[in-house]
Ligand binder design. Structure first.
Ligand code: SAH
Length: 390
């Protein structure tokens, strides 16, 4: 097996189980290619860990094992999948939900690999060329450990023309319908990078429905397939979904339809969020709950948007159309935008706007999105409910 030697002083970081290998911590290495297994050793050639090369998040690759005699083969992945499944057993038995994450990358022991269960249809996501080189072993292990009707895959790394598709089982006609907390959503496992629903937000959607929808006018910007609107619609006085992409209108209407809500009774705008804020203000529209769940980066004809740089503008725009007593649900899934920095932006923006506010709850990932205790970026999701009076 190839070897990479750590710089002096860097051993303790990896002895303490930091899972992502920083190339700058490496003093010397054999020529390492994507998918290579290698032993990480200290300056005295003492074994520290076994890792694979899969470039991601500016890292060289991920640690797989701390046992020098452990082989990385089908049995290795099988053991990890069995453990992950045991920890998800609970999710197979809750009423009203049939979609959840089965295996969450470094949180479950293999950075760069996730497996989701959409009502018996599995989606494997490969985040680097390196992890894809283990496809044979990983698939063999998946087939023996998990129950499934079909398996699909998506490539989340750039240097490939093949973006994913059908792998095993019975090929499906999409969309299929999944259920989450008694609400139904369309899912397509074979259409671009997104599936129709972001499973990591399930507890946030539930809280929005249970505590911040009753009798309220709800505005949902960056609404995509309208999940936050759909979950609220039965309780809310109205929902308004705003997304720049044309496809969002049809997808949102279909999701309303699945839940016996007449899509014509709800508002859907294909529009830039900032343009919508201006439009709503001009028309005197006000909302009691405003959901902001943007992508980390976006580019449209006129400008680029980045959550770290521009979140204050999203909040200020929302304040212009928020009822005197209202709630903002502020989300980001950017792993480089820390909870501390995000809270700071929220506080500074609201202080400068001179409104009274109280953070009601700070939410993160649900249990099935198991995170790594020594790797902070794995807790990428932040969703903050803020009550505001102004
Ligand atoms: N909040 C969604 C997920 C958002 S995905 C959910 O709960 O499922 C990001 C979405 O932002 C995409 O659908 C994209 O079309 C939309 N988007 C990107 N830039 C935008 C802009 N400037 N204004 C409105 N929507 C935008």
């Amino acid at each position: 097996m190839k070897i990479a030697t750590l710089n002096r002083g860097k051993e303790s970081k990896y002895h303490n189980q930091y899972p992502l290998i920083d190339e700058e911590d490496i003093y010397a290495q054999d020529h390492l290619k994507e998918g290579d297994l290698f032993k990480l050793v200290d300056g005295k050639e003492q074994y520290v860990a076994t890792a694979y090369v899969g470039r991601q998040h500016k890292g060289l690759g991920w640690v797989l094992s701390y046992d020098p005699s452990e082989d990385i083969n089908t049995a290795f992945f099988k053991r990890l999948f069995e453990k992950a499944l045991e920890e998800r057993e609970y999710y197979y038995h809750i009423d009203g939900t049939n979609a959840f994450r089965l295996f969450n990358a470094e949180g479950d022991g293999v950075g760069g690999l996730t497996i989701d269960n959409y009502d018996g249809h599995l989606l494997i996501q490969w985040y680097s060329k390196g992890i894809y080189k283990f496809r044979y072993h990983i698939l063999e292990a998946i087939k023996t450990v998990f129950k499934y009707q079909s398996i699909y895959e998506k490539m989340r790394f750039k240097d490939t023309e093949y973006t994913g598709g059908f792998v095993e089982g019975e090929q499906q006609a999409f969309p299929i319908v999944i259920e989450e907390n008694f609400t139904f959503y369309n899912v397509d496992l074979d259409d671009g990078l997104m599936t129709g629903i972001f499973l990591d937000q399930k507890e946030v959607r539930k809280k929005l429905r249970d505590q911040f929808s009753e009798g309220r006018h709800l505005l949902n910007v960056f609404s995509y397939t309208g999940a936050f609107s759909v979950v609220s619609a039965n309780k809310a006085k109205s929902t308004t979904s705003v997304d720049l992409a044309n496809r969002s209108r049809g997808l949102t209407e279909e999701n309303f339809g699945l839940n016996a809500i007449d899509p014509k009774s709800q508002y859907i705008y294909v529009m830039d969020t900032f343009d919508y804020y201006n439009y709503a203000k001009r028309h005197g529209h006000q909302y009691d709950t405003i959901v902001i769940d943007p992508p980390s980066f976006a580019r449209n004809k006129k400008k680029t948007f980045s959550v770290q740089k521009d979140y204050d503008k999203l909040i200020n725009g929302a304040l212009e159309v928020l009822s005197p007593k209202g709630t903002l649900l502020l989300c980001t899934n950017s792993s480089v935008f820390s909870l501390k920095a995000f809270k700071n932006v929220i506080k500074t923006t609201l202080d400068e706007a001179e409104v009274d506010y109280e953070i009601n709850e700070v939410m993160g990932l649900p249990k099935d999105f198991k995170t790594h205790p020594h790797y902070k970026p794995s807790k990428y999701l932040k969703a903050i409910f803020v009550n505001i009076e102004h």
